[in-house]
Design a protein around this ligand. Structure first.
Ligand code: HEM
Length: 424
């Protein structure tokens, strides 16, 4: 990865793939342009668990899909309180991450999100997650910054610094997580956008494109490992339930890659945009963060609480259960509305206010329990390095007063419309 490769990324293609108003984003409810929080407040106040699906209960009548949807043959419930969402995240036995038990699927042969650890349960999930966890612990954040994040951030700022204006959402935020995770997989910058297009949630045959791009890298790292994440996967040994160990098969590596490349490049850019929108529309707060960088960490954390980019994740219920006063049958899908949970007044005072000075209190933006976000420390590092460098390098950074103010839109993938800024 070099600065000139990064400068060569096609801005129109980035805009097409990342603009939340483009057709690529319709699948997850990109057409939803309202603030869902008033509806979620009413739902939370009228009960922690409701029959139905989050977007329909919120009043959005267009199709929208995400994890746990559509499954029309199953009963659906949605959960809106912090306590109930947290209980479900923590109880992976009752609230499973796959519609059916996955134990029968041969992971050494089948590639795709369904055989990735996101959908696994129990011991099998732990065995796979343990292989990559050491690359994602907080002390490893420096490794991610020095190898991929710093260079990407500064190359992107080099590209906009002379113009005096930019749309930070697509000119800046979009490429940082994408190039960080593709860099860690040894994928050339020139192929990063093809991969991004292939791995979107609405693409059914994306795995073939990904395999074509990754196969030469896997072969090269098998010959000669380097200091990157794909080398970790190529060298990893997994111990089966019967105690036998084997190096990961190609399919196992590609399933890991599918999950990490999709999760790594699809989320953080939107959360960085939400954080920037929150700060840019509050100039006094932006100034305070510029003056005292120790506030930046809290500004990022508060944005994940106040407006988590993925406000819903789902679970499949494995047994009949009474859950927070509601009978839920085995086989039902339960949608955990993180966005509503993160504004539960039982946990947060003045929950609708974006206030980085509030007492720290973990939210559910990164989930909880066995599937808690593996990449959260990388995501935090990307946002802190990115926003910190903007404040260092673009004097008098401010919203363009003549452009439309940023809006946060989208149902299941929320983010800013645009971040039109000026600087000196
Ligand atoms: C602000 C950015 C991010 C947010 C809000 C976010 C949110 C989440 C959430 C809520 C989950 C739990 C899903 C569930 O319980 O079903 C999750 C899982 C996951 N995330 Fe993130 N994520 C972010 C960034 C990242 C990044 C940068 C990476 C990789 C570099 C990543 C990799 C993963 C993986 C691999 C899982 C699955 C973990 C497992 O199943 O054990 N995420 N993320």
């Amino acid at each position: 990865m070099s600065a000139s490769d990064i400068a060569g990324l096609d801005p129109d293609r980035i805009r097409e793939l990342f603009d939340l108003r483009s057709s690529h984003n319709a699948y997850t409810g990109g057409g939803y342009h309202d603030d869902p929080n008033p509806a979620w407040r009413v739902l939370r106040e009228t009960g922690p668990v409701h029959v139905g699906i989050v977007h329909e209960l919120t009043g959005y009548d267009q199709p929208a899909f995400f994890q746990g949807l559509p499954f029309p043959e199953r009963p659906h419930f949605s959960v809106f309180s912090f306590a109930a969402c947290d209980d479900a995240f923590r109880d992976g036995e009752t609230f499973a991450s796959s519609p059916e038990p996955l134990e029968g699927i041969d992971k050494t042969q089948k590639i795709g999100p369904d055989s990735s650890m996101l959908c696994m349960n129990g011991k099998e999930h732990r065995r796979y997650r343990t292989l990559v966890q050491p690359s994602f612990v907080p002390t490893r954040a420096k490794w991610w910054m020095e190898k991929w994040i710093d260079e990407t951030v500064h190359a992107l700022i080099d590209g906009i610094a002379g113009a005096g204006r930019a749309d930070l959402n697509t000119d800046f935020c979009a490429a940082i997580p994408m190039l960080t995770i593709t860099g860690s997989f040894g994928i050339p910058v020139a192929e990063a956008l093809d991969l991004r297009a292939a791995l979107r949630i609405d693409q059914l045959n994306g795995a073939d494109t990904m395999v074509n791009i990754l196969a030469p890298v896997v072969a090269a790292r098998r010959e000669s490992p380097e200091d990157d994440l794909i080398s970790v996967l190529v060298q990893a040994e997994i111990t089966d339930e019967d105690g036998e160990s084997h190096r990961l098969s190609d399919a196992e590596i590609y399933s890991f890659a599918y999950l990490l490349l999709a999760a790594g490049s699809g989320t953080t850019w939107k959360q960085m945009g939400i954080t920037l929108a929150a700060l840019l529309t509050r100039p006094a707060l932006l100034e305070a963060v510029r003056e005292d960088r120790t506030l930046l960490k809290a500004a990022i954390e508060e944005s994940t609480r106040w407006a988590p980019t993925d406000p819903m994740f789902s679970r499949f219920v494995r047994r009949d259960i009474e859950f927070h006063g509601v009978q839920i049958p085995e086989g039902a899908v339960v949608h955990l509305c993180i966005g509503a949970a993160n504004r539960d007044p039982a946990r947060y005072e003045r929950p609708d206010e974006y206030d980085p000075t509030r007492p720290p209190q973990p939210s559910l933006a990164f989930g909880n329990g066995p599937h808690v976000c593996l990449g959260m420390h990388v995501a935090r590092a990307e946002m802190a390095v990115g926003i910190g460098a903007l404040l260092d390098r673009l004097p008098n950074l401010r919203l363009d007063p003549d452009a439309d103010a940023p809006q946060i839109i989208g149902m299941y993938e929320r983010g800013a419309t645009e971040l039109p800024v000026l600087f000196d």
